[in-house]
Design a protein around this ligand. Structure first.
Ligand code: FES
Length: 273
């Protein structure tokens, strides 16, 4: 069993942070890798990229948004409660390299995934500008952490309630126009990663995105997580979760993610009423 040792509610309880006792995973975890969690014996398997890991304490941290029944079940777990299963670390670790000027772009709970990668890029000597965004101020997460993890933090809200009024892509374009950007890392909602990749392609700047499609076994056996990269089928769980944003078929990914949205909403409603 994997005990929750810290729990924090963010954005009015729609986003939850759990620090979980998982010493063997914490020892091996690298930025960019994910775990698959189950709340109980019959629970659905949910893949989540780790927001942090602490090998000394033997803990990992996940941050998730409550969107369906399974994540609502997760939300019911309090400090002292345990997850039935946590499997990982899975997926390839982020390839961190000193390249010079880097932009890290994060949206929604993608900021949690971006955090260890941003910190890692800074630690090895890159000049890191971080741009994070949310629909509105109350939905922003990890602002202080991202400030520490980068050299320059820019914040955007779609409705203008905080920071730049507009999308992360607008601010990113300003930074790209200043020149010399060697790498962009974008993690967040699929439409955001698609928009970022489209712009950076025009600027010819290599771009890495992290994909979290429908995963089932997380070991390359079921094919549930297939994505099309440069015309080839890849499995996000073993070949990713990070891929070259210029090669991803985002439209196909969006279609697959939307396929179960209605069922997800219904089961969430059913569970909460
Ligand atoms: Fe089954 Fe990737 S989740 S193959």
């Amino acid at each position: 069993m994997f005990k929750i040792v810290r729990r924090q509610e963010m954005t009015g309880g729609t986003v939850i942070l759990n620090e979980i006792e998982a010493p063997l995973i914490a020892k091996k975890a690298r930025p960019g890798q994910f775990v698959i969690l189950k709340a109980n014996e019959n629970g659905e398997r949910i893949p989540l990229t780790m927001a942090d890991s602490d090998p000394e304490k033997g803990t990992i941290t996940i941050i998730y948004m409550v969107v369906g029944k399974s994540t609502a079940l997760f939300r019911d777990l309090q400090v002292g409660d345990s997850y039935q299963d946590v499997i990982g670390p899975l997926g390839k670790a982020t390839h961190l390299e000193k390249v010079g000027k880097v932009i890290c772009v994060g949206g929604g709970t993608g900021v949690a995934v971006l955090h260890p990668i941003t910190r890692g890029l800074k630690e090895i000597g890159n000049d890191v500008t971080c741009i994070i965004g949310a629909r509105t101020k109350d939905l922003l997460i990890l602002e202080d952490e991202m400030k520490k993890a980068s050299h320059d933090l820019r914040v955007c809200t779609d409705d203008g309630t905080y920071g730049h009024h507009g999308f992360v892509t607008q601010v990113m374009q300003e930074v790209l126009d200043a020149g010399d950007v060697k790498l962009v890392v974008a993690i967040g909602p699929v439409p955001m990663m698609k928009a970022v990749s489209k712009i950076t392609k025009d600027y010819n700047v290599p771009t890495m995105v992290s994909l979290n499609p429908i995963m089932v076994d997380g070991t390359g056996m079921c094919g549930g997580c297939r994505v099309t990269i440069g015309g080839e089928t890849k499995f996000a769980c073993v070949d990713g979760p990070e891929f070259d944003g210029h090669q991803v078929d985002f439209d196909e990914l969006m279609m697959r993610l939307q396929a179960y949205q209605e069922d997800e909403r219904d089961s969430h409603q059913h569970y909460c009423t």
